[in-house]
Unconditional design. Structure first.
Length: 425
């Protein structure tokens, strides 16, 4: 990637993506909001068009879309090294927190104090998700067709349980068809920043990343470390089949780790998701927690740390693979009118998907019990939590009225959640 005199300095890049990594609580909707605020609104390193185009591209890939969006953004700004820095800074803060919580969980069981401290953070996440929806909808939904796809995305995911890949495929096919019609609106194309590499070079890049990705699992298999090899092989398969985000994989993960292998108990699996939702970084870090608990219970903290490191490797290396192989070609593909229209429809559907995630998360914050596992999720009204509602109202005031900084909001809401728990409210 040729040098760009307008590219941010490495120190600035480190500060920006370090801040994103530390503040990325609450799943992809909130994480996308944090990235948008930092890269588009605050620093103006990416245009709105570039950010939305990157978001649509990443939603088409398997794996955690927010981590891939961070990697793509870093690549756009400073090439492969920038992508590596951005992706690692997005994952490592959360991975460090999850590692500490997993070891503490094995040692002392459930962590009510930690969960209480995160009560206020969950309320802040609700406000951040709504902020993300507002900002993205302002740019991604210019016409009735885009608004229709946003509504379709929301209803399909939240109320009908339509598989996420089918929704994205339908939106893309509609955009391809609509893009060929005379007078069909064409979204703007991001400014090109790189010379187009050859596909041959991209294939070589893919081969090197695939080798690096699978080498640890192969070496463990050859050395006879059966537990680690089985663990790595399963999470490697999960990483490349994770369309639709971490929630779509939880049933499969529970089936394999609890029922098939007996690595965890059902209660431990539920605790894993609860703790992963209240830590920074992608929700797919639940895989690290699962692996560490399984390893530590089996043979102590040393095996737990090894299992966690292996799982992080096989889960996130494919993200770098997809971005560094495909990203150099994306902008030129988007210059084709039909593909531009397809990505515009996908972006609109993604807004609806984020809205469904926002409502799902809000319901789980405001209500202690959600009835069954049905679609749509229905709360038990008697389980409404007035304290959670009050914290959400305070968070909304901080974000939309006072507009205080994210770090200030994070500290304030965490302190309020912990104080409320200590007072027995």
């Amino acid at each position: 990637m040729p040098s760009d005199p307008r590219a941010p300095a490495w120190r600035e890049l480190f500060q920006a993506f370090g801040r994103i990594g530390v503040m990325s609580f609450g799943g992809p909707a909130a994480q996308i909001s944090v990235m948008h605020g930092e890269l588009v609104d605050r620093r103006r390193w990416l245009s709105e068009d570039s950010f939305l185009g990157a978001l649509s591209f990443c939603m088409l890939l398997p794996g955690p879309e927010a981590m891939q969006l961070a990697t793509y953004s870093g690549w756009r700004l400073r090439g492969v090294a920038g992508g590596l820095m951005a992706g690692l800074l997005f994952v490592l803060p959360g991975a460090a927190v999850v590692a500490a919580l997993a070891l503490a969980y094995v040692q002392w069981g459930t962590l009510p104090g930690v969960q209480a401290a995160f009560m206020g953070i969950k309320a802040l996440v609700v406000a951040l998700v709504l902020q993300a929806l507002w900002r993205l909808s302002q740019r991604a939904l210019p016409g009735w067709a885009q608004r229709g796809w946003a509504v379709a995305g929301f209803v399909s995911i939240f109320a009908l349980d339509v598989p996420f890949p089918l929704l994205i495929l339908a939106a893309a096919l509609w955009g391809l068809w609509r893009g060929g019609e005379a007078g069909a609106p064409a979204p703007p194309v991001p400014t090109f920043t790189t010379a187009a590499p050859s596909w041959r070079r991209s294939l070589v890049t893919a081969a090197l990343w695939v080798l690096a990705w699978l080498a640890p699992v192969l070496l463990l298999r050859l050395s006879g470390a059966t537990f680690l090899a089985d663990l790595g092989a399963f999470f490697a398969r999960l990483a490349v089949l994770s369309f639709g985000g971490a929630y779509a994989l939880l049933a499969w993960m529970a089936q394999v780790t609890v029922d098939q292998h007996g690595w965890l108990t059902p209660g431990q699996m539920i605790d894993a998701l609860g703790l992963a939702e209240t830590t920074p970084g992608p929700l797919i870090l639940v895989t690290q927690f699962v692996a560490m608990v399984a390893g530590a219970v089996r043979a102590g903290p040393e095996l737990g740390l090894a299992a966690g490191a292996l799982t992080l490797w096989v889960t996130f290396v494919p993200c770098f693979l997809f971005i560094f192989v495909l990203a150099p070609h994306v902008e030129r593909l988007l210059a084709l009118p039909r593909l531009k229209a397809a990505l515009a429809a996908v972006t609109a559907a993604v807004v609806g998907v984020i809205a469904s995630l926002a409502l799902w998360f809000t319901l789980h914050v405001l209500f202690d019990t959600i009835r069954g596992a049905g679609v749509p999720p229905l709360p038990v009204w008697e389980s409404f939590q007035p304290l959670a509602a009050a914290l959400v109202a305070l968070a909304l005031a901080l974000v939309f009225v006072l507009r205080t900084g994210l770090l200030t909001n994070l500290v304030a809401m965490a302190a309020l959640g912990l104080a409320a728990a200590q007072l027995g409210l």
